[in-house]
Write a protein that binds this ligand. Sequence first.
Ligand SMILES: NC(=O)C1=CN([C@@H]2O[C@H](COP(=O)(O)OP(=O)(O)OC[C@H]3O[C@@H](n4cnc5c(N)ncnc54)[C@H](OP(=O)(O)O)[C@@H]3O)[C@@H](O)[C@H]2O)C=CC1
Ligand SMILES: Nc1nc(=O)c2c([nH]1)NC[C@@H]1CN(c3ccc(C(=O)N[C@@H](CCC(=O)O)C(=O)O)cc3)C=[N+]21
Ligand SMILES: [Mg+2]
Length: 295
Amino acid sequence: MTARIIDGKTISAEVRARVAAEVTRLKTDHGITPGLAVVLVGNDPASEVYVRSKHKQTQEAGMASFEHRLPADVPQAELMALIAKLNADPAVHGILVQLPLPKGLDSNAVIDAIDPAKDVDGLNPTNAGRLASGLFALTPCTPLGSIIMAKTVHASLEGMNALVIGRSNLVGKPLVQLLLNENATVTIAHSRTRDLPALCRQADLVFAAVGKAEMVKGDWIKPGATVIDVGINRTPGKDGGKDKLLGDVAFAEAKEVAGAITPVPGGVGLMTVACLLVNTVRAACAIHGLPKPAV
Ligand SMILES: NC(=O)C1=CN([C@@H]2O[C@H](COP(=O)(O)OP(=O)(O)OC[C@H]3O[C@@H](n4cnc5c(N)ncnc54)[C@H](OP(=O)(O)O)[C@@H]3O)[C@@H](O)[C@H]2O)C=CC1
Ligand SMILES: Nc1nc(=O)c2c([nH]1)NC[C@@H]1CN(c3ccc(C(=O)N[C@@H](CCC(=O)O)C(=O)O)cc3)C=[N+]21
Ligand SMILES: [Mg+2]
């Protein structure tokens, strides 16, 4: 059996089209242009790719895009002052600080300083706590995108055995919360987990967010399971060739066993950017006291 490929290109394009329609409505009915500010400190080449694609897609959706680039040796106080300025700027509805920050900068302090209403990454403790409490919250983009992809295969995740590999604040933990909201039965694995292959073989849904290229092997997958590969591992090309992107799942093996699987590239990464646009529209509506939008 060869798995169905869950196509991030098509699904993210549909999400972006819905965002663009909502942006048009906000502009014409309310005179609001949602605006996203991205802060990039230093010049990590992987982050550059991501920031460029966010800028392009934000503009294509009809939103305003603001980019702030700071040198790697910027003082903490200067970064904090920029956050305060963006918090106060009425043209900015979403603020994203690209992580990780260069050594010497305190990312917790920065995340804490972002106005929770503009925290489109969903990383501020107010949003993380609200999500865990079942309240309205801006929710991290990668987990949102991962759930959308799983639901293209299963209209309902209710009662399914879901395994989340990884427990970071950015991916694993919020993904667990979203899966609980979908009434899935959730197991969380991490670096201290015993016998991960055996746990994995029991899962109807596997979400791999580890950061280890092709760690999850084909024979760990329950036949017919749905596999969502969050991993983005940049590996140098052979003989000085172009870098390759690899997921956390051994794709070639896993696709022979799984029922459905996301590719890397062309999978969750594309959904992350699309969901960032969704969150910016949601933030703009909430800030202006409008009802939750249909995206
Ligand atoms: N597609 C996208 O849009 C995005 C992709 N990513 C990618 O997703 C991956 C995960 O990112 P992120 O959550 O930020 O990474 P972190 O490094 O913050 O977290 C990794 C998690 O994996 C766990 N882990 C590490 N080794 C093992 C192991 N051998 N077995 C089981 N669990 C293990 C760690 O456990 P412990 O807690 O015990 O240390 C930790 O919880 C990366 O490849 C990243 O590049 C990230 C964000 C967005
Ligand atoms: N505050 C913060 N929030 C994040 O969400 C965040 C972050 N920092 N730091 C880095 C990680 C990584 N991440 C990706 C987003 C999109 C792609 C993406 O678009 N990937 C495409 C193409 C990638 C390429 O070709 O290089 C794909 O997988 O097809 C990848 C990775 C968000 N992250
Ligand atoms: Mg991807």
